[in-house]
Design a binder for this molecule. Structure first.
Ligand SMILES: *Cc1c(COP(=O)(O)O)cnc(C)c1O
Length: 374
């Protein structure tokens, strides 16, 4: 007689199904578009340059943090940190918490986002709409230890985006953002971009792109654009990892008061410090050109990309530049698309309209701010 082993038992049944659910979600989702940005025909054709925007706003949860959340869950699951009893905890008041709440709900796990009490009600609503719970602390610096404390107390798992972003993403490929960009560029006139431009919040996106560029031996350079009040730019310029500005960024998603562990300066070829009002002016400008609103960090990206394109044209070289639409402007109707908010924060985008206008007219770049190369 043969021994019958039930074919449907699995030694790690819940885990097996959890990973299946995440992979199935990804299989049902389309890749994000790589849009060709309409540079002015008057000078663009003769200049032989092109700008592309990887549109990360079209992920199901609305931002590039969808990729990060998926990676952090798979990393936690495959490292044995998440099971069917696990409370998932994160220190985030923004898009990361929205995307992570989505994946927690997909797996039927409770999710707690730790944030300051000053977080806007619209953000809280977005996180709660995905089934997450918000836990408040008084000071921004407390979120990390409080997230860890809740995880310890509940026997839960602190996803810790700022530490784990760089290691949770498959940098060699597996359709990460870099591999996807190069595949989508493959039939373009200049398929290997001269530059890829990205902002840094966790630093995970720039780490993935920088590593992939090296691994594939592409000649592309990586430019990281950074907002005011961020520790990343001064840290890079001075070669010091211990810089703390202590001030929050006004460009949501990018710029940090401390140098986060997932930011890898060694693989960044250039950094540009972009004034916040310039980021917002550029976000408004791109929104007009595309006919739909983009988030403020997309403005920072495009400001950096315009400067590089102008530099290429001035040097007489053709080529391509790629940057990201990190999220849509829909999340910012009360902030960078609101005149009262701008005035209250002393931000006047009109100061930078001239530089953007000159770029449109002649591809000239009438701005020389802080920029530094490694
Ligand atoms: C997180 C974020 C970024 C930066 O991405 P990282 O991979 O965390 O460095 C840029 N823009 C927005 C809107 C973000 O939410």
């Amino acid at each position: 007689m043969t021994t019958v082993v039930a074919a449907h038992t699995h030694p790690r049944g819940w885990l097996d199904n959890a990973i299946r659910l995440i992979e199935a979600d990804s299989r049902r989702s389309a890749d994000t578009h790589l849009l060709r940005y309409p540079l002015p025909a008057s000078w663009c054709a003769t200049a032989d340059i092109a700008l592309y925007l990887k549109d990360e706003s079209t992920h199901i949860t609305g931002s590039l943090k969808h990729r990060l959340a998926r990676s952090l869950f798979l990393y936690g699951l495959c490292n044995g940190k998440i099971d069917e009893q696990t409370t998932i905890v994160e220190a985030s008041s923004g898009s990361t918490a929205v995307s992570e709440a989505y994946f927690a709900a997909l797996l039927g796990l409770p999710f707690v986002a730790v944030m300051t009490a000053s977080t806007s009600p619209s953000k809280i609503k977005l996180i709660e709409a995905q089934g997450g719970r918000c836990h408040f602390v008084d000071r921004p610096g407390e979120v990390y230890t409080e997230a860890q404390r809740i995880a310890d107390e509940t026997g839960g798992h602190y996803l810790d985006q700022f530490t784990n972003a760089e290691r949770a993403t498959d940098w060699r490929g597996n359709n990460n953002i870099a591999e996807s960009i190069y595949q989508q560029m493959s039939h373009e006139r200049h398929p290997i971009p001269d530059w890829i431009v990205a902002g840094a919040g966790t630093g995970g996106t720039s780490a993935t792109i920088g590593r992939y560029i090296r691994y594939q031996r592409h000649a592309t350079q990586l430019c990281v654009v950074d907002p005011e009040n961020s520790a990343f730019f001064p840290s890079y310029a001075q070669g010091r990892g211990d810089i703390v500005t202590g001030a929050p960024s006004r460009i949501e998603g990018i710029g940090r008061p401390r140098v986060e562990p997932s930011f890898l300066p060694e693989i960044v070829d250039r950094m540009v410090s972009v004034p916040d009002a310039a980021s917002i002016a550029a976000a408004h400008h791109v929104s007009r050109v595309l006919g739909r609103r983009v988030g403020p960090s997309t403005g920072t990206n495009v400001w950096g990309a315009f400067g590089l394109l102008a530099e290429m044209v001035a040097a007489g070289v053709g080529g391509s530049v790629v940057t990201l639409i990190a999220d849509s402007g829909d999340r910012y109707a009360d902030t960078c698309y609101n005149a009262d908010w701008l005035a209250a924060h002393n931000l006047d985008p009109s100061v930078y309209a001239g530089a953007l206008g000159e770029f449109e007219r002649s591809c000239g770049w009438a701005w020389s701010g802080s920029s530094t190369a490694s």
